[in-house]
Design a protein around this ligand. Sequence first.
Ligand code: SAM
Length: 260
Amino acid sequence: MIEMLDLDAEVLADYHRELIGWVGREAADHPRVVDIGAGSGTGSLALARELPGSEITAVDVDPEMLAHLRDQAAKTGLGDRIRTVEADLDQPWPDLGPADVVWAASSMHHMADPKQALASAYAALREGGLLVIAELDSFPLFLTGTADEEVERRGHEAVAHLRHEAGMHMHENWGDRATHAGFEAVTRRHFDIDLRPPLPAAAARYAEVTLHRMRERLEGRLSTSDLTALDKAVAGLAGRDDLSVRTTRTVWLARRGRFV
Ligand SMILES: C[S@@+](CC[C@H](N)C(=O)[O-])C[C@H]1O[C@@H](n2cnc3c(N)ncnc32)[C@H](O)[C@@H]1O
């Protein structure tokens, strides 16, 4: 998972740069940022790098993620502006405020109770503070236009069922949810990412790690012939020059009202 998230940051660098630029224009100067479900640190590191004087609190339930994030922060000279907090955000949140920005990238869908999570984000923000929710509409496809396109699609469908069964909150209207939680000035942007071949080696590795992870979850969920085809595809990814990366993300920005 850590390598997959780091590769997402590397391969989709243009998307991440554009998103951080947008948030940077909307955020206060020298913002205090809380990164919810910070993972391996994609958001925390980019925000610390791109927003001058920002101070980041990276929160995650997974200590391994946080250890990796701290290593990366130290290596890139950002260690003094990023602190980590290990916490299960399905429980009452620790005191994280007052924040200028609450950043939640691909993490809100993990929250057991999104309503509670949004109320906690609201409470953590100062008046006028910014909530950023970035979510995946569709997970990356790498094999579009190749002979393996259909088996990849069936794999994604099966994993979507697993996520649904696990109670994950995919494809929510986070704008509506934020409004119900008391947020104002909700804006939404859709990002259509379509990277065409030939792509750098990191894209093949991203495909390998992602599809391997998907394959591991599909035992008994796809036909034997599909599983065999997926195994073969995963084994042969390195060195292929016909891989693409297609994925869509939606990002919502919302403000904690000044007079609520
Ligand atoms: C898909 S990753 C996204 C990581 C990062 N935000 C990014 O954009 O790369 C989701 C993260 O949310 C964390 N997470 C899931 N449930 C959580 C919870 N209840 N409390 C805190 N963190 C949680 C996971 O450990 C994981 O690191």
